[in-house]
Design a protein around this ligand. Structure first.
Ligand code: FAD
Length: 402
């Protein structure tokens, strides 16, 4: 646990751990307020699409997995499915459609086509312990990590996942690793980045589970230090990847800042809400501009850069589809939001040049769902770092008492 305070530069970024630590309290406070605002708290998603990779998704019957949607009548008219499908269908020409979802060539994820799917109030659905576990949850994680097998050119979502994935054993004894071990075993930078992104997301989800854990014997909710030590702190690199993802998301928010500031938040009909949303968002953007130092230009540069980028995209899109195989509604919801949020950040960093980012030239660059997912995902990571701080205090108190 003493390893749980990383110091110095964060690998592949231009930032260090201390900088992230120094801004996180302020970042979290602003994000926490921002995601309560109507624009950012309502998210539309089809949670009940079929898992394209296997038939038994091991549905979680634990009450902790259940969630309730909000009635569409509570949602401002202009976000409703009928209005959105009228708007989007005609404007996007490089759109590849699958039942219920689509992607554009620049996307790292599948997006809902907004004709199906319910709205959820994210502010009322905490990401925490649900009881979803065992071979079904492990199979989902395993297939996500298996997506780092770059070079498998036949791997293409439209023709299904790597067939090897479907026949994976349901139980695992070994931690998931890239060939050669961890994220560093002689892999190219892009593949290491892929692993860090996934492992950091996994570690952040685990941190939320341990921060709001259900004590089965007392029925009480609270932080579980041992859970955090076992899942995250005893593997220092996992904790480091939470910081890595935070910097990646911050850089994306900084880069897309002017576009976000010009985005249409005037949807709720309440002028005060809209002004407040924009003010809080501007605070987040300015923190992102100071701490989001990630050098995206070092990736996808070599001879095979374009092939590698396309492959990276296919893999990440597959990850967003694997979310349909998560057998717990609440976990699936947050899984979808966070994979969409990270995919949106990757698109901002690796697909969009300065000209594309100009809000005047390209005001349809991001869907509302991408903006909502990006900000809520950054909020999740920032919240994980807050929880890490609390766990450090708990650990100190426990050690002092011994
Ligand atoms: P798991 O977390 O299932 O991990 C499986 C194996 O992966 C471990 O044995 C280890 O070898 C390796 N591993 C673990 N962490 C990392 C890492 N960071 N980097 C690299 N390798 C790692 N459960 C909830 O209670 N609430 C939720 O909100 C929730 N959301 C989920 C969302 C998704 C998308 C998925 C797939 C699962 C979710 N789960 C959730 C389930 C949860 O993530 C765990 O699978 C479950 O708690 C069982 O945990 P575990 O300790 O057996 O190991």
């Amino acid at each position: 646990c003493k390893n749980s305070i990383p110091t110095g530069p964060i690998e592949t970024t231009l930032c260090d751990y201390e900088t992230v630590e120094s801004v996180n309290d302020r970042l979290f406070a602003n994000l926490h307020d921002l995601v309560q605002m109507p624009f950012f708290k309502y998210f539309q998603v089809d949670l009940y699409r079929e898992c394209p990779f296997w038939s038994d998704d091991g549905s979680c019957s634990d009450p902790g997995c259940a969630i309730t949607s909000v009635d569409e009548s509570e949602i401002p008219e202009k976000w409703r499915a009928s209005a959105l499908s009228r708007l989007e269908g005609s404007k996007i020409d490089d759109r590849h459609e699958l039942p219920g979802c689509y992607y554009r060539d620049s996307d790292f994820c599948f997006l809902d086509d907004n004709t199906e799917g319910d709205y959820y109030d994210l502010s009322r659905i905490p990401e925490r312990y649900t009881g979803y576990s065992g071979p079904d949850a492990a199979r989902v994680w395993r297939s996500i990590y298996e997506e780092n097998c770059f070079g498998v050119s036949e791997l293409n979502l439209l023709s299904g996942p790597n067939p090897a994935l479907v026949s994976l054993p349901d139980t695992m004894s070994e931690p998931f690793r890239l060939e050669g071990g961890g994220a560093d075993g002689g892999q190219c930078l892009e593949k290491r980045v892929y692993y860090k992104v996934i492992s950091g997301l996994h570690a952040s989800i685990s941190t939320h589970i341990c921060a709001e854990y259900l004590n089965q014997s007392t029925g009480e909710w609270g932080p579980n230090l041992q859970c955090f030590i076992n899942r995250v702190a005893s593997h220092p690199e996992r904790l480091q990847y939470i910081y890595f993802n935070t910097v990646l998301l911050l850089r994306a928010v900084a880069r897309i800042g002017p576009y976000l500031q010009a985005f249409d938040y005037c949807s709720t009909g309440n002028h005060d809400d809209d002004t407040e949303t924009l003010a809080k968002l501007s605070n987040v953007i300015s923190i992102a501009q100071s701490a989001g130092r990630f050098d995206e230009t070092v990736l996808f540069r070599g001879e095979d850069a374009n092939i590698l980028k396309e492959e990276f995209k296919v893999h990440f899109r597959n990850v967003t589809r694997i979310m349909d195989c998560v057998g717990c509604d609440k976990c699936r919801l947050w899984g979808k939001i966070q994979t969409t949020g990270v995919a949106t950040a990757l698109k901002i960093l690796f697909e969009l040049d300065e000209k594309a980012l100009d809000p005047a030239a390209n005001h349809n660059l991001l869907q509302r769902s991408e903006v909502v997912a990006l900000i809520n995902t950054l909020h999740r990571f920032s919240e994980s770092l807050e929880a890490v701080e609390d766990f450090r205090e708990m650990w100190k108190a426990t050690s002092a008492a011994e």
